[in-house]
Ligand binder design. Sequence first.
Ligand SMILES: CC(=O)SCCNC(=O)CCNC(=O)[C@H](O)C(C)(C)COP(=O)(O)OP(=O)(O)OC[C@H]1O[C@@H](n2cnc3c(N)ncnc32)[C@H](O)[C@@H]1OP(=O)(O)O
Ligand SMILES: O=C([O-])CC(=O)C(=O)O
Length: 373
Amino acid sequence: MVMTIAKGLEGVVACTSAVSSIIDGVLTYRGYNIDDLADHASFEEVAHLLWYGHLPNRTELEALKSELARHADIPDELHQLLKINVNNVHPMSVLRTAVSALALYDEEAEDNSLEANQRKAIKLTAKIPTIVTAFARIRQGLEPVAPKPELGFAANFLYMLNGQEPSDVAVKAFDKALVLHADHELNASTFAARVTTGTLSDIYSAITTAIGTLKGPLHGGANEQVMVTLESIGSLENIASSIQQKLDNKEKIMGFGHRVYKNGDPRAKHLREMSRQLADQTGNKLWYEMSVEIEKIVVDKKGIKPNVDFYSASVYTYLGIPRDLFTPIFAMSRVTGWTAQVLEQYADNRLIRPRAEYTGETNQAYVPIDQRK
Ligand SMILES: CC(=O)SCCNC(=O)CCNC(=O)[C@H](O)C(C)(C)COP(=O)(O)OP(=O)(O)OC[C@H]1O[C@@H](n2cnc3c(N)ncnc32)[C@H](O)[C@@H]1OP(=O)(O)O
Ligand SMILES: O=C([O-])CC(=O)C(=O)O
């Protein structure tokens, strides 16, 4: 058997999917262009689209919203778990552990029927914002804020984070950011979730796997690192020399480059425009102007364009969100795509098990332990 190696599985088509597509640089969810969804759809409409394959009518949308609200509470014991913050642990590690723990409180955790898994997709999506915001408040010595059922998904997150109802402008911007992050073909975390699902393990295991994979700075963790870069550069004057230094040191510029998009990520333009508007509205143009300048330099010097993580950093900062919550927010949205694709994997499963070309030692003679050097 001839084995060909695709390092990083670049260009390998590992499954079929009807959830989202990237064709000629155009991203669609279930055939709807991301530009249309970003401009017109709410996050809950997009969740419905990803899970059930069609945009909801009013009755379906209201039913989904009320299910999300009904499942937003988390078990009391989980609040205790969130108080364990001895090592100043990253919120993505907390989220990973908390999502794994949710399985212990779900009596249908091991039920792999389609209906049970559809319910679990809703429960997971409903509970993640409650976990993230409860942890964010507990670590500041504040009481968690209980979810408000009458608020939409985006508004409820900002309300639980800050303890006061957000402005319409903030809700609209945040909702759009959630829409833009909901699914993305066979990205690393979705692939990881499919690998776990491929063994016929349960959906909590698959989503725990996905969260751990999203955390890395080459994937979802890049949005936090973009803000680290902006803060460490600190001013427009320092940009040219800092970026040049990073390029000379062969450092990756966070928020740039993409495995699939070589001519630019279609989500970035929406986030850039949101960042511009929020800069105007907050009267703090620094992060937006710095981002635009960094983009100019990186495009000019390397020909590499911003991805979804680049302008989301300044957008979230303008919304008053601490930078280590950026990746948990990504997970809060992407859980819809993960679960939609996990359901697709169960429906037409085959174990995912590629090969490795062996490059280690061969023909080693076994030496008994007391004869070893
Ligand atoms: C939601 C998401 O996951 S979007 C991606 C988020 N990640 C980031 O923003 C981290 C920064 N970007 C990167 O590390 C990469 O572009 C990735 C991981 C996204 C894609 O990686 P790959 O497809 O494996 O591309 P690879 O890393 O091989 O890069 C190809 C070339 O472009 C260069 N390059 C790619 N991205 C960058 C970058 N951000 N800064 C500087 N150079 C870069 C590489 O150094 C490499 O150059 P070389 O051929 O001279 O060695
Ligand atoms: O598709 C990828 O490789 C990464 C990405 O942009 C995403 O997950 O949104």
